[in-house]
Design a protein around this ligand. Structure first.
Ligand SMILES: [Zn+2]
Length: 242
């Protein structure tokens, strides 16, 4: 059997057999990993709470034919605010689910790992409302998706822009609208976020616009992940791995 060590973020876990769980992680060099944590549901498990979602760990695994086995875990980052602050926990859950859905086993992306660890750390430290939008814009960039935010993707109108629909490639005017509603203020701020000027947006954006940006970002994420799931290649891999 082959042993390997990896820095990884715990994405989620689910029950297996009586005392075990399957842990889904995102590793720095291996990408998505599914591994069994044996005995983790016993009170005296050596893993304790170290494999809770959003924890960053340095772990050792045995490579199995189907599932790997976690043998040792050291915690690198716990993100303690997530346990007491429901808003931060919900945001963390969005990031974890996005990485889970946007990644396949044996398709590592060190950039995605870095993005996730950075966003979780920022959320734990500051919990600012633009973490989800900033994360979504970077995730879409990594996936090669560049939504059009300057004019209507259907008729090229630069006025009356009121909606965003990633399945059509970006924003839409009142005549061509589909997807989620977006205010003009949010559209302009979103452009800055996509250009990487998150700090500027934080300093200049009223709270209600920041809230709109956040819910808009989750709509964009859903639209993107839904499209991704519908693509035949990805769907096939998902079915194989279940
Ligand atoms: Zn239009």
């Amino acid at each position: 059997m082959t042993l390997y060590r990896e820095d990884a973020v715990v994405l989620r876990s689910f029950k297996l057999a009586e005392a075990d769980r399957i842990i889904v992680l995102y590793g720095r060099t291996r990408g998505k990993i599914r591994a069994v944590a044996k005995g983790i549901r016993r009170t005296k498990s050596k893993f304790g709470a170290r494999l809770e979602p959003a924890t960053v760990v340095h772990a050792q695994f045995y490579e199995g034919r189907n599932l790997d086995i976690v043998t040792q875990v050291e915690t690198t980052q716990i993100h303690s605010t997530f346990r007491s602050d429901l808003a931060r926990y919900s945001r963390a859950a969005i990031l974890l689910e996005a990485v889970d859905m946007a990644s396949e086993e044996a398709e590592p992306s060190p950039a995605l790992y870095k993005l996730l660890v950075g966003a979780l750390g920022e959320l734990d430290r500051a919990g600012n409302p633009l973490i989800v939008p900033a994360f979504v814009s970077k995730l879409l960039k990594l996936e090669g998706v560049q939504p059009m935010l300057e004019h209507c993707v259907h008729c090229s109108s630069t006025t009356g822009l009121v909606a965003i629909d990633l399945s059509r490639g970006g924003i839409l005017c009142d005549n061509c609208r589909s997807g989620g509603f977006m205010s003009e203020e949010a559209r302009v701020a979103m452009q800055h976020v996509f250009d990487g000027h998150v700090r500027h947006v934080l300093d200049t954006t009223p709270e209600h616009v920041a809230d709109e940006l956040e819910s808009l970002a989750t709509v964009m994420l859903d639209q993107h992940l839904e499209r991704r799931l519908r693509s035949p290649k990805v769907l096939h891999q998902h079915l194989q791995s279940e």
